[in-house]
Design a protein around this ligand. Structure first.
Ligand code: PCA
Length: 213
């Protein structure tokens, strides 16, 4: 049985909601299989997020991991391509921890690339009418840390593929009317397309999704 682990995050930074967690819960409620979809909502803590993610991987032995989180300054669905082995927190996490210039995993490579078909995922989401792009930075906070943990696990477990998706605010919950946002239903749809594409596509598209600067 093929199993996919899809995670979102709890709220952080004083916000009451996190659209990644809401979208993951909604995607789980709508899931029709036939693959097994396991979901989890991770704490926004440097200690807890990788610990919980690794525990879910141990427990369920998924074939694919897609972790998701909020990027409140972005207006499109960002399919992350790179996780860096660096923690540099501009704000404290939900434990009050604020590491600066620490490794995500000591002794691991400087970076990992996502092992999901990031271009096919971004194209598929855009083709469904939801704006999406391939992103080359997941930041240096807890989301990058979780993505690095997932890819570190994937490097050590044969057959596991992993990646990360940042989502904008959900329009229904955006903290201000100025904040870029997408309807929650569009975010849910984007995650469903990411799940289906990750399960069905093993070689990414031979097209550029690069940037000049
Ligand atoms: N976004 C944060 C951490 C949790 C979340 O949803 C980030 O981008 O690192």
């Amino acid at each position: 049985m093929t199993t996919l682990l899809l995670t979102g995050f709890e709220p952080f930074g004083g916000d009451a909601v996190n659209p990644s967690g809401d979208a993951v819960r909604e995607a789980a409620a709508r899931w029709t299989g036939p693959e097994t979809l396991v979901t989890g909502i991770l704490p926004v803590t440097f200690e807890g997020a990788p610990a919980q993610l690794n525990a879910l991987i141990e427990e369920h032995s998924p074939d694919v991991v897609i972790a998701t989180g909020l990027a409140g300054n972005r207006s499109v669905i960002s399919v992350e391509r790179v996780a860096v082995n660096l923690l540099d927190a501009r704000i404290a996490d939900n434990d009050g921890a604020q590491p600066v210039d620490a490794p995500s995993v000591a002794g691991a490579p400087a970076a990992y690339f996502a092992t999901l078909p990031v271009k096919a995922i971004a194209r598929g989401i855009s083709a469904a009418g939801v704006p999406s792009e391939v992103s080359h930075s997941a930041g240096t906070f807890v989301c990058n840390h979780a993505m690095f943990a997932a890819l570190h696990a994937a490097a050590e477990r044969s057959g596991l593929r992993a990646g990360f998706i940042h989502v904008p605010w959900a329009a229904e919950q955006a903290p201000s009317t100025d904040a870029a946002s997408l309807p929650l239903a569009d975010i849910v749809r984007a995650l469903e397309i990411a799940v289906r594409t990750s399960l069905g596509v093993h070689e990414d598209l031979p097209v550029s999704a690069g940037t000049l600067s």
